[in-house]
Design a protein around this ligand. Structure first.
Ligand code: FES
Length: 578
């Protein structure tokens, strides 16, 4: 099964905790670790299952641990690891279920199970008792966390009865909340990336005690949620298609987390006047060793030339016209959640529009490296055959994928070029047909123009598919109107230190748009869509709202590119650079 099929999501079995006296490593302990099959149905009250007993010492409080759910497929994984059968209920779970797992479910997701409704809070963080009860070595609890197959705690939203075979439905989910698997990495992983920490901390479902626990852990690990830039040297620049170049740069080894296929970096150049400008670019492929320098790796990005809009500086145009091998640039660490999920299995569909092929090429190449055997489909849409960068690299990767289906659509030509193959078509794809043809738990990855992403997302939602199975990246504002976000038509904005004050109106859109239209100030804004954080400014006074796809920063900050005033504001811009 692939990350758990929602159509079959149901309760498999139920267990109740009963306190028992045991001896662990020579110490007498009382614990409810060993579960008893429940007399069904169980009754879930406001704070937990009636008759379910807990051990002591839970730091985060019982309501957030009211019920513990474990995916039944995890038994197979751990039986393989331990080389023996594991008795049902051995993980001290209350509910063993069949359905989506930690890589699809999010913090704050609400599930209807039987007549009860629960809200997912956090992954299980195991203690030393787990090794004892599994008769495993002391490293077993760490392995449990590292595997990500942790099970999920939940709080009670609506008390009710739960019985075996009861259907499980996700009745509320918010894509801004981090995945349970991401929260697990932040709570237990050896070196969670600052980007992931920030995403988890920006999740509206994160409760205070857990936020404090994360802060303490990050301090202990010395992980700064504010990423630092690395100076890199340009190694090579190549024309890949009519308006796309690839830029290779040498990154000192070990200075940044290895990128996950599909992530982007924030790239900074210094213009001829000494001013720094930033923009986000997806990485094309996995870094590889620099043949000329043992201590660095070669990383690649793709840059499409874009016209300067409204006289604004265009980093992409500057790169096309000025950048040359040997130049020094600034690179912030890889970021973004447009990545292949852990434990990806089964058919996968990719949809790329133009330069949107860049992160998707990295993902397809990663699947090729692991010899992915399930069907992989790529629908690649471009205006004409001179706007199809990286076709050769795609064919190279495809040769290692036994079930690769490449479909190319040219949308702005009247006839196909001579070099066209049978899989080339004229006109736009029929996304309704293409998405409907996918299985309901097939993962879909889409990167391209906003209109294309919106269309595919709408079709996916209309077909009743879960948001956990569609992944998209959009380097642009999502087009939500300000009045829909904040309900106000105007606000007074003061920019501290510049002394500038003026009226913002709903048609101005984001604060970034307003600042660029009304002042000479040009804040750094690399992605203009809430992902890179280069446009972060301080919020001194007032309130702002964000589109639902954006993870808000901490309350004392704002992301200028996406923040819409919800009241009069006073803000302070960073003095320089990022
Ligand atoms: S410009 Fe990237 S978050 Fe605002």
């Amino acid at each position: 099964m692939r990350n758990g099929a929602m159509a079959e999501a149901r309760v498999v079995s139920l267990y109740i905790g009963r306190m028992k006296d045991v001896e662990i490593d020579g110490r007498a302990e009382r614990t409810a670790f060993v579960r008893t099959p429940a007399t069904t149905p169980i009754q879930l009250g406001p704070t937990g299952i009636e008759g379910n007993e807990f051990g002591t010492g839970r730091r985060l409080g019982t309501p957030n641990h009211a019920i513990y759910l474990l995916n039944a497929e995890h038994y197979d994984y751990y039986e393989n690891i331990l080389g023996r059968a594991i008795a049902p209920g051995s993980f001290a779970e209350n509910v063993t279920y069949q359905g989506p797992d930690e890589t699809v479910l999010r913090m704050g997701d609400q599930l209807r199970i039987g007549t009860a409704v629960v809200e997912l809070t956090l992954p299980r963080i195991p203690c030393y008792k787990m090794a004892h009860f599994f008769n495993a070595d002391a490293g077993f609890p760490s392995l449990f966390s590292l595997s990500g197959r942790t099970g999920i705690y939940a709080r009670v939203i609506k008390p009710g009865a739960i019985a075996p075979d009861d259907k499980i439905e996700i009745i509320r989910t918010d894509p801004v909340n981090a995945l349970i698997s991401e929260l697990n990495v932040v709570l237990t992983g050896p070196s969670p990336s600052p980007d992931m920490v920030e995403r988890v901390k920006a999740s509206p479902a994160l409760f205070d005690a857990l936020r404090q626990q994360i802060d303490e852990r990050m301090e202990m690990l010395g992980i700064d949620a504010e990423p630092q830039a690395t100076t890199v040297r340009i190694a090579d620049i190549r024309q890949e298609s009519r308006d796309v170049v690839s830029v290779a740069f040498s990154m000192p080894a070990g200075t940044a987390q290895p990128p996950k296929p599909g992530q982007f970096i924030t790239f900074g150049i210094t213009d001829n006047n000494g001013a720094q400008h930033f923009r986000c670019y997806s990485l094309i492929e996995a870094p590889f060793a620099n043949q000329n320098d043992d201590d660095s790796e070669i990383w690649h990005i793709a840059v499409r030339k874009q016209a300067n809009q409204n006289g604004a500086f265009s980093v992409s145009s500057w790169i096309h016209e000025n950048l040359k091998p040997g130049d020094l640039c600034a690179v912030y660490p890889p970021a973004g959640e447009f990545v292949l999920p852990d434990r990806l299995q089964g058919p996968v569909a990719f949809i790329a529009g133009g330069i949107g092929i860049t992160p998707i090429l990295a993902q397809i190449a990663a699947l090729a490296r692991q010899g992915y055997s399930a069907p992989v489909t790529l629908i690649y849409v471009a205006p004409d055959d001179e706007s199809l960068p990286f076709l050769d690299a795609l064919h190279l990767a495809a040769a290692k994928l036994p079930k690769f289906d490449l479909r190319i659509h040219l949308t702005r030509v009247k006839s196909l070029p001579d070099k066209a193959k049978p899989n080339w078509k004229l006109g736009h794809p029929d996304f309704v047909r293409d998405i409907a043809a996918l299985g309901e738990t097939d993962h879909v990855f889409i990167c391209g123009p906003a209109g294309m992403i919106d269309a595919v997302r709408t079709i996916h939602t209309t077909l009743g598919r879960l948001t956990g199975y569609i992944h998209f990246e959009l380097f642009a504002n999502d087009g939500l109107t300000t009045s829909a976000l904040t309900g106000i038509d105007s606000a007074q904005i003061t920019i501290r230190s510049t002394g500038f004050s003026g009226t913002w109106n709903a048609e101005d859109g984001s604060l970034l748009n307003w600042i660029e239209a009304r002042t000479d100030i040009r804040p750094n804004a690399a992605c203009r869509s809430g992902m890179c954080r280069t446009c972060r400014a301080d919020l001194i006074r007032g309130e702002v709202a964000y589109p639902p796809t954006v993870s808000p920063p901490p309350a004392s900050s704002i992301l200028l590119c996406c923040a819409h005033p919800a009241s009069d504001l006073e803000i302070a811009l960073p003095s320089s650079g990022r």
